[in-house]
Design a protein around this ligand. Structure first.
Ligand code: 6PG
Length: 232
């Protein structure tokens, strides 16, 4: 299956943030209506902050929503590198302060041990996440699927039984904890949020027939078209 990108282009980061927040809120409300609960996995980095701010203001039954991370740096939540810290400061505020949060990081002896603990936690959320929002680096990584990851094959394995694994990549800075490919592509709603001309060009190259970036695997194995939220 080669899912096509469904481009949603916006004139500004603010306009994109409002639109993506509205869409994700709709997806979560559908999950809440159908099953009484909903799950959301978000990426960290610098791009999603405005989107988090807007989503945090949406009125929905947040106490029955579980928020988790697509990936995490193996650092404590006090670190300014922590995606958990970013989510707590920018998403778990306002209306969304009532949401439950499932971290990936724990003060375990190793990234692999922390990944095993997080894997158990993710299993409790059930087989299918409602909403997943990915980011992308200019190297074509998404989640913590870094091109130079020592275990990239395991991260991109479509038959990977683990929901969370540790990723070790020299370019990543720290060891990472990341959801695996089947968890991402199996989500009811899977979107990619990128901003700027450089990332647009990187994604277009990755989507070419000979595209071979980690993000290419998302579109190659997604079971439905993947909305790409982009602001110039
Ligand atoms: C992370 C993210 C990662 C991110 C890209 C883009 O931990 O860094 O989860 O996958 O989406 O690295 O990051 P920027 O938004 O900072 O460019």
């Amino acid at each position: 299956m080669n899912a096509s990108p469904d481009w949603h282009s916006f004139p500004s980061s603010e306009a994109l943030a409002e639109a993506l927040a509205a869409k994700v809120a709709d997806v979560l409300e559908s999950g809440l209506a159908e099953r009484g609960s909903a799950t959301l996995a978000v990426s960290g980095g610098s791009t999603p902050a405005r989107f988090f701010d807007e989503l945090s203001k949406r009125q929905l039954d947040w106490k029955n929503v579980v928020v988790t991370l697509v990936d995490e740096r193996f650092v404590p939540p006090t670190s300014d590198r922590s995606n958990e810290r970013l989510v707590r400061e920018r998403l778990l505020q306002n209306e969304a302060r009532l949401a439950r949060f499932l971290p990936l990081y724990s003060d375990a002896a190793s990234p692999d041990e922390a990944a095993g603990l997080a894997d158990t936690g993710l299993a409790l959320l059930g087989p299918t996440l409602d909403a997943v929002v990915l980011g992308m680096g200019t190297d074509g990584h998404t989640a913590s699927f870094f091109p130079d990851a020592a275990n990239l094959d395991a991260l991109l394995d479509t038959e990977q039984p683990r929901r969370v694994v540790a990723a070790h990549a020299p370019s990543a800075g720290e060891p990472r904890l990341t959801l695996t490919l089947p968890v991402l592509t199996g989500a009811r709603f899977l979107a990619l949020h990128i901003e700027g001309q450089e990332k647009k060009a990187v994604l277009e190259a990755a989507l070419a027939p000979d595209g071979d970036k980690p993000v290419s695997a998302i579109f190659r194995h997604a079971t439905r078209s993947v909305p790409v939220y982009w602001a110039g």
